[in-house]
Ligand binder design. Structure first.
Ligand SMILES: [Zn+2]
Length: 255
């Protein structure tokens, strides 16, 4: 009997978490069933929490128990079995297993991170198209973000030019949508790549493509706003040299 339960728990832990944020970037709340608990970490059958990746930090927020009690979620991460673990501030009791609870993410923070993520698509497309710069690193934040490009011929004159080109695309109000293509097709589509260093996530043999309609499409598993007009005004407020070829741009958005 005991072994049967252990096997069942293991199988449940191994089941990939359904990622609701991939189906709807504006899914900030959901119900979910608890499938596994380990000390202060908890996994559900599905979740609206982004587990971090591609330079975008994980969501934070709350779990709402059936009685109304709230448990603070500090972060989230995904394991090799594609299970998303939610890291809580407190130790969790085994009694939660198999219960249906509410999930709520920090909505304002997510929208800010998704806005930065979206503008980085616009920036990285223009940088590759017009200056041949590939991404070598990204760190998205709430106050600002930074992005590194492999750019040999970078001059100060490029900053206002880049800002202008990015803001023109933002103001044009392009809609965003996502869809999936088979991994085989992805390997034939070099146009969907913006970095040579990191492979995009492949889930069940599929790669997610995020398209800014009428402007760009690239492989991405992150979260975005649904129109470039919602991003705000883009500025580059600082640049650093990171090695002979690498340029680091610090960027900021203002509504
Ligand atoms: Zn993206």
């Amino acid at each position: 009997m005991e072994r049967w339960w252990l096997k069942r728990l293991f199988r449940m832990q191994s089941a990939p978490t359904t990622r609701l944020y991939l189906q709807d970037d504006y899914c900030f709340e959901s119900e979910a069933m608890v499938i596994a608990i380990r000390v202060n970490e908890i996994a559900f059958d599905k979740t609206c929490y982004y587990p971090g990746g591609g330079g975008q930090p994980a969501d934070d927020g709350y779990i709402i128990l059936p009685g109304g009690e709230e448990i603070k979620v500090k972060s989230a991460h995904v394991d090799k079995n594609q299970v998303i673990w939610h890291v809580c501030e407190s130790i969790l009791g085994e009694g939660l297993l198999h219960q249906v609870v509410g999930l709520r993410i920090n909505r304002e923070r997510r929208i800010t991170l998704a806005s930065y993520h979206t503008v980085l698509h616009v920036l990285n497309s223009i940088t590759l198209r017009d200056y041949g710069g590939w991404i070598t690193g990204v760190q998205i934040g709430e106050d600002h973000s930074r992005i590194d490009f492999n750019l040999e011929d970078f001059s100060a004159a490029m900053i206002p030019e880049l800002e202008d080109k990015v803001n023109t695309v933002l103001r044009s109000g392009h809609r965003l949508r996502s869809y999936y293509i088979a991994e085989d097709e992805f390997h034939r589509r070099e146009d969907l790549l913006r970095t040579l260093d990191v492979k995009p996530p492949v889930i069940d043999g599929q790669v997610r493509v995020v398209e800014i309609e009428g402007f760009d499409a690239q492989a991405c598993g992150g979260t975005h706003v649904d129109n470039t007009a919602d991003v705000g005004h883009f500025t580059i407020y600082r640049t650093d040299n990171k090695g002979r070829k690498n340029k680091r741009l610090y960027v900021r958005l203002r509504k």
